[in-house]
Design a protein around this ligand. Structure first.
Ligand SMILES: [Zn+2]
Length: 335
């Protein structure tokens, strides 16, 4: 058993309370590789932002959970080396699907876990979430739960259609499970193809898809039921069209990739939404930079040559999200 506290990580409790009160959101960036980890830490340190580094099932399969845990520990030390005296870094399990997995992660030093029982019948979701909360709270680890189903594909989490969270269920669910935050479904979606063209309209000038707006009425109703309770948005990449264009210009094929407009995420950040998950945007930033570099430098073969611009491009994207979208810059609780 390793406590996250020994690794210099923090849980989400204090940062979420401050974010809800301050009208901003904490970025939750997924990571699989060293370059992503470096870019996340550099961006968080330069903007003086708290940050959640999260690990999905796909990340654990790709990189191995133990390696990712050591990388998160390394992230804390790296942040200090970059001049941040008190880094506020959370290591979070994204979409945990069983009690055993959540327990494993807590025991190896994760400071926060998500138990995703959203596909289960309501009472089973409550029972599973409650079991995880009881174990996690013994070690001061925070727990994110989910009510409602998001559409889209994220690693091995996939659903054809979304079901909005029912506001009438949230008080009962939060009270009986004791969860620390709640992921809700209000129209965000996993992946780089968040909406089918038939769900969207098309901008007549650019020909690009315009997605349907998020269900802010549902969000506000949930906020009224649970005042001050931390709300989480999954599937909230904006799928920057300049990255999609770069990928397509250098041999890629991502027609009609579309995400959540950043103005809507900015608006959500000002509400009880205090954690916004961003994964696809990092994948797009990395792939765009690698494709461009390799196309322009066909004789290069040293991975460091193309991974450096990839890392720089991801860092630029992370900083933009922190400063211009979520507003978590200069929000470290301990200066
Ligand atoms: Zn998710």
């Amino acid at each position: 058993m390793v406590s996250y506290k020994e690794l210099g990580l923090v849980n989400t409790r204090a940062m979420f309370a401050a974010a809800v009160k301050g009208g901003y959101a904490i970025p939750a960036f997924n990571f699989n590789t060293m370059e992503q980890m470096q870019a996340i830490v550099q961006a968080a340190v330069e903007t003086k932002s708290p940050v959640i580094m999260q690990v999905s099932k796909g990340a654990r399969n790709y990189a191995n959970a133990t390696i990712l845990r050591y990388m998160a520990q390394g992230a804390v030390e790296y942040a200090k080396e970059l001049g941040c005296a008190h880094p506020e870094i959370v290591l979070h399990l994204d979409h945990g699907d069983s009690f055993e997995l959540c327990k494993d992660c807590i025991d190896m030093g994760f400071s926060s876990v998500m138990i995703d029982g959203s596909a289960l019948p309501y009472e089973e979701n409550i029972a599973l979430t409650k079991k995880v909360v009881e174990y996690a709270h013994k070690y001061d680890v925070t727990v994110e739960a989910e009510l409602g189903v998001l559409a889209g594909v994220e690693d091995e989490v996939a659903s054809e259609v979304s079901h909005y969270t029912k506001p009438e269920e949230v008080i009962d669910f939060a009270t009986r499970t004791g969860c620390d935050s709640l992921a809700i479904s209000i129209g965000t979606s996993h992946g780089a193809y968040k909406f089918k063209p038939e769900q969207c309209t098309r901008d007549p000038k650019t020909g690009r898809l315009v997605p349907p707006p998020l269900a802010f009425d549902v969000l506000h109703e949930i906020e009224k039921k649970l005042p001050g309770f931390p709300i989480v948005l999954h599937g909230s990449s904006s799928v920057p069209q300049e990255e999609v264009d770069t990928i397509n210009a250098y041999g890629g094929k991502l027609p009609d990739a579309v995400g959540i407009p950043e103005e809507q995420l900015r608006e959500a950040s000002k509400s009880a939404v205090c954690k916004i998950n961003i994964d696809s945007d990092s994948r797009l930033a990395m792939t765009a930079a690698v494709r461009k570099y390799l196309a322009e430098n066909p004789s290069h073969f040293d991975p460091r040559q193309y991974l450096k611009p990839a890392r720089d491009n991801m860092k630029k994207m992370y900083i933009h999200k922190i400063v211009d979208v979520l507003g978590s810059d200069n929000k470290l609780l301990q200066k």
